[in-house]
Design a protein around this ligand. Structure first.
Ligand SMILES: C[S@@+](CC[C@H](N)C(=O)[O-])C[C@H]1O[C@@H](n2cnc3c(N)ncnc32)[C@H](O)[C@@H]1O
Length: 408
């Protein structure tokens, strides 16, 4: 059997989901408050030793614990025994990898290394299906190319960025590949014309509303096969999470966009420059937060809209003046800028330390969201499997949902 073990059993998904819901609800006080907004979340009062240890961690340890889930669990379990239960609930089976036929390196030219690792593993995890393929939110349609090559089936790709569509079609012509990409906003009704029952729809890293639309359309039109690696659950027009499955609606877990974002904050792809830029922006935002609390005489967070990365290159005073303007806040003539800038840096260290507790819940939330999608498909008459398709180092968004419509 090439599929992962008991995962296809309908009860397994529901039981797993119910247990995750229970744990996420039980320990919500550890993951709902954002140390970025609340310097000392309420859980810190009951765990002074843990707070002391977290705040004393050197930068290198902070980074290691933030990026290696197993080490984070080992570090936190003596203080928070539920950490190891959560880790257990994060065990997903791996899809067995079939051999992918050899592909000429010339055909692969232009596919970045990590993207190739993801695509190779995605393709290797799919069951064979002799039917046309629709690639959803395809980008340059790298996945479609490889699938066309491996299966011989025609591929239709949908993507709203016309430049990417043009590149995919030019490459298809060059290689005489039976692939046709179309410029299409998949959230518009025109997309319906592309969906047929005798089809396999694949989506690698389609964000929030985009993959939700895919699941709803596929279920409505009775598409035979759906294979989805979801990502960016927070990219949705809804202010609050709208569960897809009946099961999730019956045991609601309210989730704001910010909380949805927690599920996908683990990354391995950001370059060093972007990391530094992000940290500098965060330190300046936290410095501004300290300043606005003093100026307003109110010890509460004031949300400031997110600013483009270039703001990381500006000086702290200009940054704060801009934020103050955005929030119609009048700053005093005399501000000790160096003091607030330094406080921002100190707050950033504290946030990085206290956030580690929230990070325990990233993967459980991500799996909960993926299970909601899997359960939706199951309720719509699909046989569903869920597991990981590649190593975390290729992408932490490595959950794959494989669904086949049950015969009537
Ligand atoms: C995260 S990328 C994934 C691309 C590709 N599947 C891959 O793995 O390389 C998401 C893609 O969705 C496309 N996209 C975003 N909104 C869209 C929409 N409304 N309709 C169609 N495509 C969209 C983006 O342009 C982007 O190429």
């Amino acid at each position: 059997m090439h599929r992962p073990h008991p995962i296809e059993h309908p009860m397994y998904l529901r039981d797993h989901f119910a247990e995750l819901t229970r744990q996420l609800k039980n320990y919500a006080s550890f993951w709902r408050p954002f140390p970025f907004h609340e310097p000392r979340p309420p859980w810190t009062e009951a765990h002074p030793d843990l707070v002391r240890q977290l705040l004393a961690l050197p930068d290198a340890d902070l980074h290691r614990l933030a990026t290696i889930p197993e080490e984070l669990t080992a570090f936190l379990t003596p203080h928070l025994p539920f950490a190891s239960d959560l880790a257990q609930l994060c065990q997903l089976p791996q899809f067995t990898q079939q051999a992918v036929p050899l592909i000429s390196p010339r055909l692969l030219a232009g596919i970045p290394g990590r993207k190739w690792q993801q695509i190779e593993a995605f393709v290797a995890a799919l069951p064979p299906a002799p039917m046309p393929i629709l690639e959803w939110c395809a980008g340059k349609s790298h996945l479609g190319f490889v699938l066309q090559h491996c299966s011989g089936q025609p591929v239709t790709a949908l993507e709203w960025n016309a430049a990417l569509v043009g590149q995919a079609n030019a490459r298809a012509q060059q290689w005489r590949c039976d692939l046709h990409s179309h410029t299409m906003n998949v959230l518009t009704p025109e997309v319906d014309a592309f969906i047929h029952p005798d089809q396999r729809i694949v989506a690698l890293h389609a964000c929030g509303d985009l993959h939700v639309k895919l699941l709803q359309l596929a279920a409505r039109k009775g598409v035979q096969q759906v294979q989805l690696a979801p990502c960016c659950y927070q990219k949705t027009a809804d202010a609050q999470y709208q569960p897809l499955s009946q099961t999730a609606r019956q045991q609601p877990l309210p989730l704001s966009k910010q909380e949805l974002h927690l599920a996908v904050t683990e990354t391995v792809t950001a370059g060093e420059y972007q990391q530094r830029q992000r940290l500098r922006l965060q330190a300046m935002r936290l410095g501004f937060d300290c300043l606005q609390r003093d100026v307003r005489g109110q010890d509460e967070f004031l949300p400031v809209p997110s600013l483009p990365g270039e703001w990381a290159r500006t000086d702290f005073k200009t940054f704060c003046e801009h934020c103050a303007q955005l929030k119609s806040l009048t700053l005093p003539d005399q501000v000790n800028w160096a003091h607030y800038e330094q406080r921002g840096q100190q707050r950033l260290r504290e946030v990085s330390a206290l956030d580690l507790v929230r990070f325990l819940f990233r993967r459980p939330l991500e799996i909960w969201l993926a299970l909601d999608r899997a359960l939706f498909l199951q309720e719509q008459g699909y046989q569903v499997e869920i597991g990981t398709f590649c190593r975390r180092s290729a992408t932490p968004r490595n959950i794959l949902i494989v669904a086949a419509r049950c015969k009537p």
